[in-house]
Write a protein that binds this ligand. Sequence first.
Ligand code: 17E
Ligand code: FE2
Length: 413
Amino acid sequence: MKIINATLRKTSGLHTVSWEGERISDIRVQAGRVSAEPGDIDAQSQLLIAPLVEPHIHLDATLTAGEPEWNMSGTLFEGIERWAQRKETITHEDTKLRAHTTIRMLAEHGIQHVRTHVDITDPTLGALKSMIEVREEARGLIDLQIVAFPQEGIESYAGGRELMERAVELGVDVVGGIPHFENTREQGVSSILFLMDLAERSGCLVDVHCDETDDPNSRFLEVLAEQARVRGMGSRVTASHTTAMGSYDNAYCFKLFRLLKLSGINFISCPTESIHLQGRFDSYPKRRGVTRVAELDRAGMNVCFGQDSIKDPWYPLGNGNILRVLDAGLHICHMMGFEDLARSLDLVTDNSARALNLGDRYGIAVGRPANLVLLDADSDYEAVRRQAKARVSIRGGKVLMTRVPERVEFMGL
Ligand code: 17E
Ligand code: FE2
């Protein structure tokens, strides 16, 4: 099969992209517009991209906002309390149904790669067992990476270390952490040493909720980055949130950036989540509570955007559309210059794929999986400005989803 008259990112001219079976077999620049043969998909000059990526979401908690109570303060801490209440009532079927419903929302928006954190601070590991089944059942729609996420701490939660180890045995892809939530600074540091050992031993990737607070004294990122550096694991390690970096002074950040760069770790920012949860202890001036996305990017580091939540105890909105988060993130992070807009999809495609270590399982190149998304726009700029939807989503060479563009008619004109 093939798609004709496609615009590809960062190249000029129209292209034909062909595949045989599950893999891309040919990519060819056209001399001009060509006409369709039977079975061809005509892109009509629109943008053909590798699938959108959701690098950070909590599928075990989605669609539970208000159950049993709403988060009234809007803080991370009340979110964790509200979730602890809801966690007592989760069942195998409840978790699976909500995860599958959410995955469908993501797939509808052209997402085919997802990394989910799953709370393992539960002696039964119930949510994790459900998610391991979901990972298989959802393969037709997405590739799912599961993070063992200790929501209530590794050192501060009874049996936390053992639960992390059991989660790895059950078969997670990624080891997580939450050092800023541990009871003491020392526990935060030792939790990082523990999780890095566990990852190194098991071969798992690492993705730590790191310094998700406005407290400028929350400095676990330097510990994580140094551990990644000395172990040579940088490209396999991600620091999520790092919102405290929005409150670090420039003198400290200058020194920190040197280490971050040496470490080679990845960064994930969840700008809609952070603009909502952070700044909650400020009056005015009120901090944005978001990490230094533009500065990390300018310094040549790998940074991307995630949704984090959809209608859960931490964040009441969201609908699976990562371009909505991209739009908000570009605003919040002061990244609305033309050059940023013209490559803005990097933040929700290639950079995210790199953070997830997708390697040659991702991207439009001969030999790679025929996972392709045709967007209803002809450039990154227009895609984000118009909140373009996925017109066609192809997975493993098969059409997974099509969307009929909406039609608006003005009466009597
Ligand atoms: N848990 C957490 O610690 N932080 C978050 N942003 C969410 C869950 C959504
Ligand atoms: Fe998160």
